[in-house]
Design a binder for this molecule. Structure first.
Ligand code: NAD
Length: 254
């Protein structure tokens, strides 16, 4: 088991990549704190982990709300005594070129995708600093490095998360805390399905177009990203610090 007894908090783990990661982390021996805004989805993730014999608890919280995040972290510490791994995964999509995006929609994407990385990190880091140990995984995206049409707010947030990852790494390296970023390409999750439904008249045609942009010719699966997250969480990646890890089927070369 690659994550035996590692206490791991995964935000937004009621769905998609977060859920897949929660299941895989538990199979690798981690105790998983499943967080999501959505109570039903979060509890479903926990049930699946427990029925497979794993250890997990659901703690509902909104990653944009300081009080909510503080009680999430307090609850996790009360139950397990420590957090070894923080996976800042929760995120939402944003569609539109700058002139099409209303200020409220812009702000919401910034709140969830950037503040939602800042707040869990802010409240978990003091515990990791006390123990002089920890791994933080921030969810960026390959969109941070390639221009895609009508994704202005979303691209801005994922570029910010990549920059933040490097800055965090410099600040917390003295405490033996590693901070790395995941940069997935297009991974078929409810998030992408909704984006395709709302953005294209013919979502099937859009999927074929996306596949053609990949060197792999295929889109990714949530577990492709979950496996990369296990690697960053584990000591196998101990020489990776402030690094972007691409899981994108070669889309940046497409
Ligand atoms: P998803 O919609 O399937 O899952 C996201 C989860 O986050 C949901 O369960 C949602 O309820 C939760 N969430 C949203 N706002 C929250 C909040 N304020 N507080 C707590 N939880 C909240 O999406 P996904 O595709 O699995 O995406 C997960 C992450 O991966 C996101 O950060 C996304 O930007 C990133 N990402 C996804 C892809 C992709 O192609 N799917 C590619 C690159 C990066």
């Amino acid at each position: 088991m690659r994550l035996k007894d590692k206490v791991t908090l995964i935000t937004g783990s009621g769905s998609g990549i977060g859920k897949s990661s929660a299941l895989r982390f538990a199979r690798e021996g981690a105790a998983v704190i499943v967080n999501d805004l959505d109570l039903a989805k979060g509890e479903e993730t926990v049930q699946e982990i427990r029925s497979a014999g794993g250890e997990a608890v659901f703690l509902q919280a909104d990653v944009t709300n300081p009080e909510s995040v503080r009680s999430l972290v307090d609850g996790a510490i009360a139950r397990y005594g420590r957090i070894d791994v923080l996976f800042n995964n929760a995120g939402i999509s944003g569609v539109g070129a700058i002139h099409e995006v209303e200020p409220e929609a812009w702000d919401r994407v910034m709140q969830v995708n950037i503040r939602g990385v800042y707040l869990p990190s802010k409240y978990v880091l003091p515990h990791m600093m006390d123990r002089r140990s920890g791994s933080i995984i921030n969810m960026s995206s390959c969109i941070a490095e390639i221009g895609l049409a009508r994704r202005a707010s979303y691209s801005a947030t994922k570029g910010a998360v990549l920059a933040l990852t490097k800055s965090m790494q410099v600040d917390y390296a003295p405490y033996n805390i590693r901070v790395n970023a995941l940069l997935p390409g297009t991974i078929m999750t409810p998030f992408v399905e909704q984006y395709l439904r709302t953005s294209y008249d013919n979502p099937e045609e859009a999927i074929e177009g996306l596949k053609k942009r990949q060197l792999s010719g295929e889109l990714g699966r949530p577990d492709d990203v979950a496996q990369a997250a296990v690697f960053l969480a584990s000591d196998e990646s101990k020489f990776m610090m402030g690094s972007p890890l691409y899981i994108d089927g070669g889309v940046v070369f497409g």
